[in-house]
Design a protein around this ligand. Structure first.
Ligand code: SF4
Length: 388
């Protein structure tokens, strides 16, 4: 583990990582520069992953001087970086005022995936989630969202000696870290614009995934503004259980969520929704519940795949890890019904980068202890009821 400990300086200068291409073009116009300058600059910032204006050699000297005067490239700065034996990397980024967010890079044979955060903390309060237990602190800015990718790509390139701007190490981005991305829609959409832009990160829509707990109206909005791949946290096959696991369900019950999924599929880059399903021992992992899930997605006519995530216990939770055999049987049941289902591989175990272990040290300002006690009582009650 490397300790980097570096305080970001407060600055009056414009942070160029806050702009998507339209924003950068407008800003360049404000300082008297033509649109092609914005394109050149964007390529330096996001394709070369360069933050030093002096190294942007094809920019006119006068333009570089203006940039030095007025702007800077200010990604969030990591407090720590950890490297796992399996190649997984994790950065804990300082986002000021005692808040920190995490990003995790997962290398695989055919892709490199970066999981990034969209908020410091989260207001959704899902019962099984360690981030939810921390409460909500604030939305990340576009620069803080994009900056996670900028920093990770730059570090990975340096380590691997990659200099060609067309050789990207991170091929996929998933917004599945801390926070509910659709509660920070404007900044997330601006960041996605940059991920997709040919003069930005040049990723295809299929390689950018937004994960939501099921904010129905914002799902429609995302479909209008930036239709990328969608993952929906389902975790239960009926409203009674989902109400308890995910407070969002009380506002947007399953029928509404499924209707929103069908609408999203009309504009999505993939012809299925990925349903995330955290498997909680003794709560939602029975074969009867697998059958109920099959009935749900057939009845609602939502083409889908399932990703089963065995729960990873954390200290503030009384919920249980499911039995391995039970997870495999559940997975088999869905696959036999013709629904492609996988079990998420555990990666980065030695650096606490596995799912549900994202971000520890975030200061909470939201009566955390009080809410925690309440949630613990709810979990205990739920566990008692479903195992009796
Ligand atoms: S699971 Fe996602 S939406 Fe729910 S509390 Fe955790 S971070 Fe928020």
């Amino acid at each position: 583990m490397t300790d980097i400990v570096k305080e970001p300086a407060a600055s009056e200068k414009v942070n160029l990582l806050d702009f998507d291409h339209a924003g950068l073009t407008a800003w360049c116009a404000q300082i008297g520069e033509k649109p092609f300058r914005a394109t050149q600059l964007s390529r330096w910032l996001h394709r070369h992953v360069e933050g030093d204006f002096d190294r942007m050699t094809n920019l006119a000297k006068a333009f570089r001087a203006k940039l030095k005067d007025l702007a800077e490239v200010r990604p969030p700065v990591p407090i720590t970086e950890k490297k796992s034996a399996d190649g997984t990397r994790k950065w804990l980024f300082d986002v000021g005022n005692g808040n920190a967010v995490e990003s995790v890079f997962i290398p695989e044979d055919d892709r490199g995936t970066l999981c990034i955060s969209s908020q410091a903390g989260c207001a959704m309060g899902c019962l099984f989630c360690s981030t939810g237990k921390q409460g909500f602190n604030r939305n990340l800015t576009t620069a803080e969202i994009v900056g996670q990718l900028w920093w990770a790509e730059r570090e990975l390139r340096r380590d691997q000696g990659v200099t060609d701007p067309n050789d990207r190490i991170i091929s996929n981005v998933v917004l599945m870290g801390m926070g509910e991305p659709l509660q920070n829609l404007d900044n997330v959409v601006r960041a996605i614009n940059l991920f997709l832009d040919d003069n930005g990160y040049g990723l295809s829509r299929r390689r950018v995934t937004v994960s939501t707990s099921g904010l129905v109206r914002q799902m429609d909005k995302l479909g209008e503004l930036a239709p990328v791949a969608l993952a929906v946290s389902l975790h239960a096959a009926n409203d009674e259980l989902r109400d308890k696991l995910m407070p969002v369900n009380r506002k947007h019950p399953l029928a509404d969520l499924m209707a929103a999924c069908r609408r999203y599929l009309k504009v999505a880059p993939r012809d299925f929704i990925t349903f995330e399903y955290v498997m909680l021992g003794g709560i939602n992992d029975s074969l009867a519940q697998a059958d109920e899930l099959i009935r749900l997605v057939r009845r609602e006519e939502v083409p889908c795949k399932f990703n089963l995530i065995p729960f990873n216990p954390f200290t503030q939770s009384d919920l249980r890890k499911p039995d391995r055999e039970q997870v495999l049987a559940f997975c088999r049941r869905l696959n036999e019904a013709g629904i492609v289902t996988t079990v998420r591989k555990t990666r980065g175990d030695d650096i606490d980068a596995a799912c549900g272990q994202l971000a520890g040290e975030v200061r909470d300002r939201t009566r955390r202890a009080e809410r925690l006690a309440l949630q613990k009582a709810e979990a205990a009650e739920l566990l008692g009821r479903t195992t009796n």
